[in-house]
Design a binder for this molecule. Sequence first.
Ligand code: AMP
Length: 285
Amino acid sequence: MTLKFAIPNKGRLSERTVQILNHAGLEIEGADERKLYTNVRNLSVMFLRASDIVRFVHKGAVDVGVTGKDIVLESGLDVKTVYELDFGHCRLSIAAPEGSGFDSVDDIKDGTVVATSFPNLTQKYFERLGKQVEITKISGAAEVTPHLGVADIISDLVSSGSTLKMNHLKEIAVITNSQAVVIANHESYKHRREEIDELVSAMRSVMDAENKKYLMADVPTVALDEVRKYFPGIAGPTVMNIAGREDVVAVHVVIDKDQVYDAIIRLKRLGASGILITPIDRMVP
Ligand code: AMP
């Protein structure tokens, strides 16, 4: 039986999810409007709205899915969060019009009208603070509601903050942080854990590799100790003899992307030549 795997069909989480899966060797191409599902290996990949995915995973209609942590928390549904994907970072925040006198949550009084598409999380937040606000549920574009006189303040997702600024709103408190997550149906995770973990591990190996480069260089044998000291590497550099050469060895090592510049300078000073830097598609420990 195939594992039913739901990924966002459009929106902010879609492109990166498809990119990671493609780099993991699961060629699912880009999701277009018409495509609803595709089969690859043991997976039946379905393209759904990020906001529907949590419900379908909860029901067991799909086994595993990618969606936003904010959506999972708002739904209140009990699903297994298998992995945090480290993209789609944002936060659900309270924001108020500049100059409105709302400078912190202390300024929010009972009866304040809050527009949001996250009524549950927002309600709970204010309940925890012991405040009785009035929540106006909207399905998007919360930023315009204070200017329309529909709400006093908003609770909305923020990443860079530029949309708030553009709409003359000021962030005054964070309700919760979010990022893309892999979620699974509890029963599916119980019975098909190995397959789900394999899928997560494939995605993870792509993301780990993105921050790394593979460096190859011919190094004078006399400089080998210095090179070893400089590159503790993941399991230390791999050193290979070069046929017919006693004075030079080939060194291969995985390094962080941001180490590349300094590493080349250092290696050249030690007399290295033939330095090659290549990308890594996946890193499987
Ligand atoms: P979509 O509505 O399909 O574009 O997906 C929205 C999801 O993208 C949200 O639920 C968040 O998990 C994530 N996201 C990341 N940054 C932002 C942002 N600045 N605004 C809205 N959603 C964001």
